[in-house]
Design a protein around this ligand. Structure first.
Ligand code: SAH
Length: 388
């Protein structure tokens, strides 16, 4: 059978040349391919550009797999997954919860594999990855012998590919609660019902970094199941952890008990209200952690997101003691690092605080950023110190 072919425009091939891995539908000249095919990519003069995943629905019609004229088969995918796992052995410490494979950043477009101890959770976020789900699972079983593999195919982006929303067990079994270590502490994860694939693995290194600066009274404003709060607990006298979700608060309390920690209080509340109240009653903290959900889900919501980030950062900066630390994060793709820095700077000026940047951080190294694809950098995390 002849190989499926896609011809792209001059603009598309220039985009590939500049290091980008995605080609939009408007740059497709001709497609002799079925949805989800692996295609041979050429420019309009017939020059070979690589092999790629093809989607007939998404605006991202092409996701480049390789620029080389090589066979992309099971052995090829196995090598990619093995290389991804080798890299994690280098960069992941004191943890058996991490992202084993981060899609295009590990050479397998739109496939995510997260490891939670002996269990794996995968996401197949394009037609082509979805079609190869069975094959990917077989390779994962062969390489890692997990006790279970779950799919968390409930992200909204699947709808853009014409794919359904589904959560299921693909192999072995998945217990209701998986216990796994992070930064040397034990956490329980609900792989089928928790947020994302069960936890926010991308913030692991930032949770570890926060420990260095913690002391006295700490406020963790968007705590989920206590990742930051419990991580800094031993260095602080007291930590107050706030989350809007009752499930997250309950999970946080259980994680606290599991680790024999008594100095953290979990409370179900709206962080915006809590920050305002603390300001009004004159409560002060030595560290505040702001790790909200993405306020800007798309371009249209950037102005509202700016206001949201400004508000929480302004209030937090007002109620920090001199010498205190603000750990402030944004996981919105649409808010760039310079913009986020500017928002926080405006907040500091309005709060009349003098602030130094102690660390400019990003997502953990198991979520690699592509040098030539700025959109793969999505977490901004600044550690700031308030001088006076
Ligand atoms: N810091 C966490 C991840 C936070 S994700 C960690 O390291 O694991 C964002 C969290 O904010 C979610 O748990 C969500 O339930 C919570 N949330 C969303 N809006 C909120 C609000 N207005 N007030 C408090 N929590 C909120």
């Amino acid at each position: 059978m002849a190989e499926s072919q896609v011809v792209i425009s001059q603009r598309g091939s220039e985009r590939l040349q500049s290091g980008h891995l995605w080609i939009y539908r408007s740059d497709i000249r001709r497609a002799d391919a079925r949805p989800g095919d692996l295609v041979r990519l050429t420019d309009d003069r017939g020059r070979f550009l690589g092999r790629a995943f093809y989607s007939d629905r998404s605006q991202i019609a092409i996701r480049l797999v390789t620029r080389d004229d090589v066979t992309v088969d099971r052995a090829y995918w196995t090598r990619c997954i093995q290389a991804a796992a080798e890299y994690r052995k280098r960069v992941v410490r004191d943890t058996d919860v991490y992202r084993l494979l981060f899609a295009g950043s590990d050479g397998v477009p739109s496939l995510i594999v997260d490891r939670y101890g002996d269990y794996l959770v995968i996401q197949t976020l394009s037609q082509a990855a979805e079609m190869r789900k069975g094959e990917f699972c077989e390779i994962l079983r062969e390489l890692f012998s997990p006790r279970g593999i779950a799919e968390r195919n409930d992200p909204k982006v699947r709808l853009l590919e014409g794919l359904d929303q589904r959560v299921s067990v693909l192999a072995g079994e998945i217990p209701q609660e998986v216990l796994a270590r992070e930064n040397g502490m034990l956490f329980a994860f609900d792989l089928l019902k928790g947020q994302k694939t069960g936890g926010f693995l991308d913030q692991r290194e930032n949770r570890g970094a926060a420990r260095i600066y913690a002391s006295g009274e700490v406020l963790d404003c968007f705590s989920y199941q206590g990742g930051f709060a419990l991580s800094v607990a031993n260095a602080a006298s007291h930590v107050e952890a706030i989350d809007l979700s009752p499930m997250a608060v309950e999970a946080g309390r259980r994680n606290k008990e599991r680790n024999g920690i008594s100095t953290v209080t979990f409370r179900e509340a709206n962080a915006f209200d809590v920050l305002k109240e603390c300001d009004e009653v004159g409560r002060r903290f030595d560290m505040i952690i702001l790790d909200p959900p993405a306020f800007a889900k798309n371009r249209e919501s950037i102005p509202a997101a700016r206001r949201g980030y400004k508000e929480i950062n302004l209030r937090a900066l007002k109620i920090l003691r001199s010498g205190g630390y603000l750990i402030t994060c944004s996981c919105s793709h649409h808010i760039s690092e310079p913009l986020f820095l500017q928002i926080v700077a405006e907040a500091a000026n309005d709060a009349r605080r003098t602030v130094v940047v102690v660390e400019r951080r990003t997502q953990s190294r198991d979520h690699p950023i592509m040098l030539t694809m700025p959109e793969t950098l999505y977490i901004k995390c600044f550690i700031l110190r308030v001088l006076d």
